[in-house]
Design a protein around this ligand. Sequence first.
Ligand SMILES: *Cc1c(COP(=O)(O)O)cnc(C)c1O
Length: 429
Amino acid sequence: MNLKKSKNIYDEAIKYIPGGVNSPVRAFKSVGADPAFIKSGHGNKIEDEDGNTYIDYICSWGPLILGHSDERLIEGIEDILRNGISFGLPTKIEVDMAKHIVESYNGVEMVRMVNSGTEATMSAIRVARGYTGRDKIIKFEGCYHGHNDCLLVKSGSGAITYGVPTSSGVPADIVKNTIVCRYNNLEDVKKTFEDFGEDIAAIILEPVAGNMGVVPAKREFLEGLRKITKENGSVLIFDEVITGFRISYGGASEVYGIEPDMACFGKIIGGGFPVGAYGGKKEIMEMVSPTGPVYQAGTLSGNPLAMHVGYRNLKILKENKNIYKELEEKAIMIEEGIRKNIEELNINAKIVRFKSMLTLFFGKGPFENFDDVQSCDTEMYAKYFNEMLNRGIMLPPAQFEGMFLSIAHTKEDIEYTIKANYEALKAIK
Ligand SMILES: *Cc1c(COP(=O)(O)O)cnc(C)c1O
């Protein structure tokens, strides 16, 4: 495959942008390749600067359920821009958007728009702390909540650990109130509540983890968290930035039938634009300024263009509920095809699927927490990624990410993908 133009742009990029990219995973480092620079996307395909086309299974990391540049999102956008790009004053579309989210999600009675998932989780934590008057929070190993200081913590493997920052530049002082437990391990959480119950403001988690590869929470785990937070007056926050409006219209809250006290959104609600939101019970959200004492603001929050596109995206998803059925059917096709290939070629790998999110883990499994996924053979994944790329398939350029489907992926795409998967696995065996 010719990536000459991409390479030239990359050489230029690394002079001016750290690592040449505006978000680390795009650098393709963990798959030992140079990044393809993308020029355009239509429906199920993206095209790079050298004219190579790929079936896209990144879909902007989840938002593009309708595929790239769906006409329904774009139509009339120019008129919106002609009527003012941004005001810094309230607009009606923000109310339409908020109402729509509240009516769609169990557990959210009020919502505030922000500009990214990172902002959403940062603000939700602040509100939960303001509401409870407590400082400590629990997060889980392998869950990603954006790049907030207090959430950029994983733990040493194994037991419950106090926060050790995962990123340099985060003072130990800032993460001293972050307690890290193991995902799907209720005992860790129970023990933490025995020790610090009175001080715990919130538990935040991805109800289906998508940032250590796809690792769904067990039902008993989520039920246990719901119970223990209720008993202790702590706030349960579902970070649905990746799952909300993707795994089903009502997110994990709907799929599991468990209502959190607060929820964070992003990715899908912007339809590809930079949008985030956090919401929750009225009593909690009324803590937010100007009704309450918790300060949170944003110059471009709820900006008209992002709101119009995001709102349209949500409306299409709501009015066409069969979209979720279709997505899942396609994901099942991929899952079954790949599973068959793995068995036939006797590869040490496992395909994990939750609704329309999938990860091919190069390891035996089961994959229930961070330690489990860490045991994967990331070199095998790197080889696999490159074999697939050469066959015109864009997978997430890292083992610990999910692949995403859109309704623009056709049956033929999927059949081709399964065939390519067979060849790729055979080649790296
Ligand atoms: C992507 C993601 C975030 C961060 O969102 P950004 O828009 O990248 O800041 C937070 N939480 C989860 C679960 C995510 O997947």
